[in-house]
Design a protein around this ligand. Structure first.
Ligand code: HEC
Ligand code: HEC
Ligand code: HEC
Ligand code: HEC
Ligand code: HEC
Length: 165
């Protein structure tokens, strides 16, 4: 009897481990190549989101600022801090920073920032309180349910082909 229970429990454990690893990873907060803090930039110093993610207004992607853009401030600002020296390393080597993506929809989903930003929807509705985060975390998981719920509420399109082409 005991062995049967142990075997069953073992099987259950293996099954749940397998099931867990098959699920897409959600709510992730990967460590980035440079410890860039939204809390410092967008929180403490109140740099507007669109100052760094200007493309969100006019293109599907919001975009991540280039090393050159960062260096506009960091040739001087906090130049002695170790994480800023890492930034200067990328600048000197003329390498882009390999930031790890957090919000990433599957290829069969069509999404664009432009209509949302132009409709006045705050970034935080879809990305959570980024300005409080030292490291970006997927605070809002943008499943189909969530997209559709807001489209319903705001009387935006519910056609499948709006989001699937
Ligand atoms: C508009 C100016 C500005 C821009 C643009 C800017 N920063 Fe900063 N950054 C600051 C200020 C101000 C601080 C805080 C300095 C301090 O606390 O002494 C800071 C701090 C930092 C720190 C140090 C955090 C710490 O305390 O160790 C890092 C790393 C950093 N920024 C990286 C970046 C990166 C990467 C970019 C480009 C994506 C960038 N910054 C763009 C103004 C800027
Ligand atoms: C000083 C420039 C700067 C400002 C200001 C800034 N960001 Fe960012 N943002 C970055 C950089 C650099 C990254 C990539 C590194 C990271 O993920 O932390 C990033 C990453 C992100 C991501 C995750 C992207 C992904 O991989 O999915 C989101 C979402 C985001 N920012 C939203 C915002 C919002 C909302 C604001 C305003 C509250 C804001 N950002 C202000 C520079 C900035
Ligand atoms: C209606 C929901 C929604 C709003 C509002 C929104 N985003 Fe996003 N954002 C997303 C989705 C969905 C993705 C992933 C897109 C993909 O994978 O194609 C994303 C991706 C990003 C990324 C990483 C990839 C990229 O597009 O460059 C950044 C940075 C970002 N958003 C910043 C912002 C900022 C800044 C604002 C406010 C100006 C904002 N977002 C407003 C839903 C939203
Ligand atoms: C918080 C509310 C909200 C969320 C969440 C949201 N949307 Fe929207 N979306 C809107 C509104 C409002 C509009 C209509 C803007 C307009 O009428 O110009 C819109 C428009 C769009 C459009 C353009 C439609 C057209 O007719 O051109 C697409 C595509 C879209 N959304 C995809 C998505 C996807 C994909 C998601 C989830 C990843 C999403 N939306 C999440 C509110 C939202
Ligand atoms: C407002 C945007 C939006 C609309 C409208 C929409 N979808 Fe989706 N759909 C998504 C997003 C975002 C995902 C992927 C995210 C996720 O995992 O839920 C998705 C995923 C899916 C999937 C993949 C399976 C799954 O659940 O992950 C199927 C199938 C699908 N949608 C079918 C449809 C059909 C059929 C319609 C029309 C009745 C529709 N969608 C309308 C945004 C939308």
């Amino acid at each position: 009897m005991k062995t049967i229970i142990i075997v069953l429990l073992g099987g259950l454990l293996l099954f749940s481990l397998a099931a867990f690893s098959l699920l897409p990873q959600r709510g992730r907060a990967p460590e980035q190549p440079i410890a860039f803090s939204h809390k410092i930039h967008a929180g403490d110093y109140q740099i507007p989101c669109l100052y760094c993610h200007a493309n969100a207004r006019r293109s599907p992607v919001a975009g991540i600022p280039s090393v050159q853009f960062c260096m506009g401030c960091h040739k001087i600002t906090a130049a002695d801090k170790p994480e800023v020296q890492k930034l200067q390393g990328y600048w000197n080597r003329k390498e882009p920073i390999p930031w790890i993506r957090i919000y990433d929809q599957p290829d069969f989903v069509h999404f664009s920032h432009t209509p949302h930003v132009q409709a006045g929807i705050a970034c935080q509705q879809c990305h959570g309180p980024i300005e409080t985060m030292d490291r970006v975390r997927e605070a809002v998981v943008l499943t189909m349910d969530r997209c559709v719920a807001c489209h319903q509420k705001r009387q935006a399109s519910l056609d499948c082909v709006t989001c699937h082409k």
